[in-house]
Design a protein around this ligand. Structure first.
Ligand code: 5AD
Length: 348
């Protein structure tokens, strides 16, 4: 059950600048988080399995147009090795993320998922872009539990401006999200906050769409300009109706996401931690978030998964990162979740 929050009210919260009134939003989001998903913070080990990508997204540093970026693709043994490491670090889930890379064949991913599931029992989340339904179906049958696919913006005009078209008749992301739900995946989506051209009205509609989709996971982070992308080379000036890519704005979206999707798993994202290394995680965890996704990609690939510059934690060793995030969570009076940390459903 979501808290009644009209689209007009969402819009008003996004425009709210009074710190005292915003405290009401923070408190409400934190209360709902505690009542609905409790005090546990679930850790998901993120493995960036390939930086090849066939897409040309205007914001993303690994888009196909970035010819200077050396490309890598992990092999099955490396990925499974990282999953073992996730187990030893006490994580209950691994997230396999990549660019949209058809070099990761349907069969390859199925085999890797099967191996991780049978050997470790970890929950497996995939975040591999807009793949054909046949791929998504086979991966689900192989045991994948969850799929992340941010819709980035619900505004069609803005969406098409930053996502140059692929083949005609390619499925749109919203149709794919419905397909993922039908296949029985726990389904996650989200947006970037402050994507150039994004208005308050667009962003309010995005949040309303989180509710309509009844998302199991909602990930939001600030847009971070990347110099080798179209948006980085050709910056768009912000007008008064445009959202800026700030920590505060991102935190409002985290809090509102908790209110519209009370049972969802909501990460304190790496992008947020990038704009506020010292306390970005804490701020989000105290305003609706209940998940952190520490990076466990092998060190030699880290700098190549260059979706935006200056990524936080990129040079942290997985063991140090695990210790550090545990102590940060405990310092908030929260506990580290055990097990897969699936989406809670109150009425099942
Ligand atoms: N700034 C912030 N987030 C970005 N992403 C991609 N490029 C950027 C950027 N420049 C986000 C997208 C994508 C997720 C994996 O990373 O929202 O869905």
């Amino acid at each position: 059950m979501s808290i009644s929050l009209s689209p007009a009210r969402i819009f008003e919260w996004l425009r709210e600048e009074d710190a005292r009134r915003l405290n009401l939003l923070w408190t409400e989001a934190d209360d709902v988080r505690r009542r609905q998903v409790g005090d546990e913070v679930h850790l998901r080990g993120l493995i960036e399995i390939s930086n090849h990508c066939v897409r040309r997204c205007a914001y993303c540093g690994i888009n196909i147009g970035n010819g200077d970026l050396p490309r890598y693709r992990m092999d099955a043994a490396e990925i499974i090795g990282c999953a073992r490491e996730a187990v030893s670090l006490g994580y209950g889930t691994v997230v396999l993320q990549s660019g949209e890379d058809y070099g990761l064949s349907r069969n390859f991913v199925s085999e890797v998922v099967r191996a991780i599931k049978s050997e470790t029992g970890l929950a497996v989340t995939l975040s591999l872009g807009e793949r054909p339904e046949e791929d998504l179906g086979e991966w689900r049958a192989a045991g994948a539990d969850r799929y992340l696919l941010r819709f980035e913006t619900s505004d069609e005009e803005l969406y098409s401006r930053v996502h140059p078209p692929v083949a005609k008749g390619a499925p749109n992301r919203l149709a794919l999200l419905e397909e993922l739900k039908k296949l029985g995946y726990e389904t996650g989506s989200g947006v970037m906050v402050g994507l150039p051209g994004q208005t308050y009205d667009c962003l309010a509609k995005d949040i309303e769409l989180f509710r309509q989709l009844d998302l199991d996971m909602v990930g939001v982070g600030p847009f971070i300009s990347h110099p080798t992308t179209m948006l980085g080379r050709d910056p768009v000036a912000n007008g008064p109706d445009n959202v800026s890519a700030t920590e505060l704005m991102t935190l409002k979206v985290v809090a509102l996401s908790r209110l519209v999707c009370p049972e969802a798993n909501i990460p304190a994202t790496t992008a947020l931690s990038t704009v506020d290394r010292r306390k970005g995680y804490e701020m989000a965890l105290q305003r609706g978030a209940n998940v952190v996704m520490p990076n466990i990609t092998p060190a030699k690939y880290r700098s190549l998964y260059d979706i935006y510059p200056g990524k936080a934690h990129a040079d942290e060793d997985p063991e140090d990162a695990a210790l550090s995030i545990r102590s940060r969570i405990e310092a908030l009076g929260r506990s580290v979740g055990t097990g897969p940390g699936a989406r809670r459903r109150a009425f099942l």
